[in-house]
Design a binder for this molecule. Structure first.
Ligand code: GSH
Length: 227
């Protein structure tokens, strides 16, 4: 039995927040979402460093109300309280030999993918385009080092994926839900030209998921800006 009420603190624009709402949707867990930007008063009230997301859990009298921060902790919690459908893997799912390879992949994406995709390429490209002063050639020059880091990240991550299907072959997992929000944003800008056939096919299979469709509004992937 899982708690009565979940509230996600975080704007849909936030990629880490989307990872968690993807998981909630996929598992059929109802939740409220309070749109908040990082370091806003609401984010600061819920996360010690003002980051997103926080999951507020109201446990119907058992543990009372608590705030769970940090996406890995929230993902693990959701799998424990709602084990089916599982978002974890087992040996034999795709190329996996041990369960922890999924968390290894997740950590690679969160630690190196977020800076490589968002900070190095997507955010500066969108900011400069929105500003409307620089030409496309100037923007490309500005983010050139970021694009090189992005290429390296994508090469590493693709090597860590099964050759077809989801990250771990036929088994959808948190690995897919951590990677997807980043690449869905990347796909909206010209630098998406670095995405390989394998990555584009993976994204197309992800696009078909109801959880992906339900969490698209408010994201860069549909042209939104942070609110
Ligand atoms: N370690 C955090 C990272 C979350 C994170 O970086 N969230 C972004 C929004 S997608 C954020 O709040 N960034 C604020 C900042 O970089 O100052 C987690 O796993 O939840």
């Amino acid at each position: 039995m899982y708690p009565d009420l979940f509230t996600v603190i975080g704007t849909p624009f936030s990629t880490f927040t989307r990872t968690i709402t993807l998981g909630l949707h996929y598992k059929g867990l109802p939740f409220n979402q309070i749109r908040a930007l990082p370091h806003s008063a609401t984010a600061d009230e819920h996360h010690p460093f003002g980051y997103l997301p926080t999951l507020v859990i109201e446990t119907n009298g058992r543990e009372g109300t608590l705030k769970l921060r940090e996406s890995f902790a929230i993902a693990r919690y959701l799998d424990r309280v709602a084990p089916q459908p599982s978002l974890c893997i087992r040996p034999g799912d795709g190329h996996a030999l041990i369960e922890e390879q999924m968390w290894e992949f997740v950590s690679l994406v969160a630690s190196y993918g977020f800076p490589a995709v968002e900070a190095g390429v997507v955010k500066p490209r969108v900011a400069l385009s929105d500003e409307g002063k620089a030409t496309d050639a100037e923007i490309r020059e500005n983010i050139k080092p970021g694009v090189e880091r992005l290429r390296r990240f994508l090469t590493v991550i693709e090597e860590a994926m099964s050759p077809e299907g989801y990250v771990f072959g036929g088994k959808l997992s948190w690995a897919d839900f951590f990677l997807y929000p980043l690449l869905a944003n990347l796909r909206t800008i010209p630098e998406s030209e670095v995405l390989s056939k394998r990555m584009l096919e993976w994204m197309e299979s992800m696009d078909k998921l109801e959880a992906v469709k339900a969490t698209a509004p408010g994201t860069l992937s549909v042209g939104a800006r942070p609110t």
